[in-house]
Design a protein around this ligand. Structure first.
Ligand SMILES: [Mn+2]
Length: 339
């Protein structure tokens, strides 16, 4: 396999490696980053995990050995080095890793993206990018195995969590037999699904549930049920004392609706509205997000729009209506979920 060859060649040539991920990292970015770090260290490589900012406390359990440091901490280290290889995981855009970390990449001899987000073919050819992978964690797991490194419990929990979070508990179309064969190896290491699941989803307070209840009780949908959406205001986060970062999964609750094609969540964030899109399969929400200046995957994407909620919501919903109308103008498609 081409990606594996590329990766092994680069690793063989490198002894000093820095690994980073995008800003506001999720468990896929962090899990893949730390798993790769531990695997490469077991091969006697010198490795630093450097992110633009420190990890949020909620992710500390993934980083027991405190391997991830902030850019400013790294700059203050006396034994920092010029890396032979700089690895960026879970994004293929240097604009997404933060200003400080971006500067660090210039010091490296080689740069490698390990990612599963859609990107130009040219970039894909030069890096370890596989858009068919369910998560960067799946890719990282394959690469780690190719190095002959054992999938220990520690590595397995990190990578299992990566895939769990990026597939919304293994429900997205990117989850394949290959994904599950890798997941089986993680379970064989001794980790248990509940162990990973509870750390990610089982840590909330009653106030969180009340906010979720409030948001879901105000769900809106088009008459035919093709589109459903929820909205979250900053004043509500304050009132219920919930962290913005904890609300990303709210939109997934809409996926239980029978006739649904596209689910959206609008989140007020200062002068911007963050929009999350989910598709139940037929509609490519990546295009939708791109049309609004964002991006993502076919089944899950996001964009950000300047303006007030009351302007952005109707604008975006009418765009989606147009897209659906165009797609279904010749009558319903035969592969429709409801039929
Ligand atoms: Mn990811």
């Amino acid at each position: 396999m081409d990606i594996i060859k590329k990766f092994k060649n680069l690793i063989e040539k490198s002894s000093k490696i820095v690994i980073s991920t995008h800003t506001f990292p999720d468990a896929d970015g962090i899990g893949s980053q730390i798993a790769l770090c531990l695997a490469l260290e077991s091969l006697k490589k010198k490795v630093y995990c450097v992110n633009e900012a420190e990890l949020l406390p909620r992710y500390h359990y993934l980083d027991e050995d405190k391997r991830v440091i902030s850019y400013s901490k790294y700059k203050s280290l006396s034994n920092r080095f010029k890396p032979d290889l700089f690895i960026v995981v879970d994004t293929s855009s240097l604009d997404r890793i933060g200003e400080g970390v971006k500067k660090l990449t210039l010091e490296a001899k080689n740069l490698l993206f390990i990612d599963h987000h859609p990107c130009p073919k040219e970039l894909m050819a030069l890096h370890c990018i596989d858009t068919s992978a369910s998560a960067t964690g799946e890719l990282a797991g394959n690469l780690i195995e190719s190095l002959g490194v054992e999938l220990s419990q520690k590595l397995s929990l990190l990578l299992y969590t990566s895939i769990l979070i990026d597939t919304s508990s293994f429900r997205y179309p990117t989850v394949s037999g290959k994904t599950h064969r890798l997941l089986a190896k993680f379970l064989d290491s001794g980790i248990r699904p509940a162990q990973a699941y509870n750390k990610i989803y089982g840590t909330k307070k009653v106030s969180y549930l009340k906010l979720l209840g409030k948001i879901l009780s105000e769900v809106k949908s088009t008459e035919d049920g093709d589109i459903a959406w929820i909205s979250l205001y900053e004043s509500q986060l304050k009132k219920y004392n919930v962290d913005f970062e904890d609300t990303h999964g709210f939109v997934n609750h809409l996926l239980i609706l029978g006739n649904l094609k596209v689910a959206c969540m609008f989140k007020e964030r200062g002068d911007n509205v963050k929009i999350s899109f989910r598709s139940t399969g037929e509609i490519n929400v990546e295009f939708l997000a791109q049309a609004l200046g964002g991006g993502g995957h076919k089944h899950s994407a996001a964009a950000s729009r300047r303006g007030a909620m009351k302007e952005v919501i109707p604008e975006v919903i009418s765009k989606i209506k147009l897209i659906l109308k165009e797609r279904y103008k010749d009558g319903p498609k035969s592969n429709s979920r409801r039929r």
